[in-house]
Design a binder for this molecule. Structure first.
Ligand code: AMP
Ligand code: GLY
Length: 421
């Protein structure tokens, strides 16, 4: 098969790495890709949010299947366009991608399907939103309704913080994404993510993970896209996974089908767990980044079989062969991230790193310049490793980072602290 992956981060490098190992893969293309992906695939220049351009590219290059990495092309309807052209696609329709693109939409679906989640209310004006906050008290959670690159959520510890967030959102800090605001009850507990492939009817769990969103050690400082992740998430026991499938995933899929917008693709189920009960925090309509890197390291080549079965709507007879293993990925970022940072610094030591089914350095934000690999983004490298135990996986991931010489780079030394105790 000729396979096109849309995206250019560590998530897409790990998907490409797993797909490339599958005998079904003849030609692998990634758009736009990055310097690491370029070593295993053809990196094509393509506007990945332009459905017509993606379809044209598929026809010209005899692409059999498209895997969509990030949410923006999905919200823009790229999966609809690809499927309409008769090409297989992993990723939901724009209508189903509203599970990530609109928080109020997700809450409506949860209410209709009786899915356990935080109590909520929606507002289009500041005064009633503030009155709601005052009557409920802090802590309380304020969210811009639309896509805000992970920045549109404020977990307010005080009423003042919550009111400031309201003013910011209605003041246009997130553009159109903040025209509507959702206010939620604060949920205490431990967070974890659960990943399922869905084909409209059936759902196949493909792993659990926990990530570290804050920049600083001890989970302190500003939020980032994620500074590291590990899989499995110990808090998501087999019993809890069953509970999540029965009370959250299946009712949501049934409600989406009932609305005439069945969900097909990867569903990222963000959960809060307290006292043995899981509640939904959010859905994303794609793999998490960097959670995906840990999942792909564990799944290897069979990840593509599962994604292929999903795109063809035959998940009912798909299965995963699980090894009793653990994976961890540690993000190396440019100093300054998630604030302002410089691009273009040279990264040394990458050529001699081991590349095995146990240890891989996935590239997130790298480019090739004058024969050198340089940093081209905030999150730049994802040191990823797998082992029978999490401690060994962690040591192997950090061992990769020790071999990188990049003075402008930084990483957290404590990824996995919660699970490792
Ligand atoms: P979201 O983009 O909706 O996942 O929110 C980002 C982060 O904010 C989540 O990963 C949680 O850490 C936190 N969060 C969101 N909603 C809630 C809530 N209702 N209660 C507590 N924390 C929340
Ligand atoms: N790591 C969080 C996300 O991908 O949304």
């Amino acid at each position: 098969m000729n396979i096109l992956i849309l995206g250019g981060g560590g998530r897409e490098h790990s998907i490409a790495w797993a797909t490339k190992q599958n005998p079904k893969c003849d030609r692998l293309i990634v758009a736009p890709g990055n310097a690491g992906i370029a070593q295993i695939a053809w990196c094509a220049a393509l506007d990945i949010e332009d459905g017509a351009a993606v379809v044209q590219f598929c026809i010209e290059n005899s692409v059999d299947m498209v895997i969509v990495g990030p949410e923006a092309p999905l919200a823009a309807g790229v999966a609809d366009a690809v499927r309409a052209a008769g090409v297989l696609c992993l990723g939901p329709s724009a209508a189903a991608a509203r599970l990530e693109a609109s928080k109020a939409f997700t809450k409506e679906v949860c209410d209709a399907a009786n899915v356990p989640t935080a109590a909520w209310a929606r507002f289009t004006e500041a005064a009633p939103a503030k009155a709601h906050i005052r009557s409920h008290g802090a802590p309380i959670v304020v969210k811009a309704d639309g896509l805000a690159a992970g920045k549109g959520v404020v977990v307010a510890e005080t009423l003042e913080q919550a009111e400031m967030a309201i003013d910011e959102m209605f003041g246009g800090a997130f553009g159109a994404a903040g025209a509507e605001v959702v206010i939620e009850e604060f949920m205490a507990g431990e967070e974890a993510s659960f990943f399922v492939l869905c084909d409209g009817e059936d759902a196949l769990p493909i792993g659990t993970a926990q990530d570290h969103k804050r920049i600083g050690e001890g989970d302190t400082g500003p939020n980032t896209g994620g500074m590291g992740a590990y899989s499995p998430a110990p808090v998501l026991t087999a019993e809890l996974q069953h509970q999540v499938m029965e009370r959250i995933v299946r009712p949501t899929l049934a409600e989406m089908a009932r609305r005439g917008t069945p969900y097909s693709g990867v569903l990222y189920v963000g959960l809060m767990i307290e006292n043995g009960q899981a509640r939904l925090v959010e859905y994303n309509v794609r793999f998490g980044d960097p959670e995906c890197q840990a999942l792909m390291m564990r799944l290897g080549a069979q990840a593509f079989d599962a994604m292929h079965a999903c795109a063809e709507g035959r998940l009912n007879d798909a299965r995963i062969d699980w090894a009793d293993d653990h994976a961890m990925t540690v993000v190396m970022a440019t100093q300054g991230y998630p604030g302002a940072y410089q691009k273009g610094s040279a990264i040394g030591g990458l050529e001699t790193l081991p590349e095995t089914s146990w240890q891989m350095m996935f590239h997130a934000g790298t480019a090739e310049a004058a024969g050198q690999t340089v940093a081209s983004g905030g999150r730049v490298l994802n040191a990823t490793a797998r082992a029978p135990g999490l401690r060994d996986a962690r040591d192997a991931a950090y061992a990769l980072l020790d071999q990188v010489s990049w003075p402008e780079g930084t990483f957290r030394r404590d990824i996995g602290w919660r699970a490792l105790g």
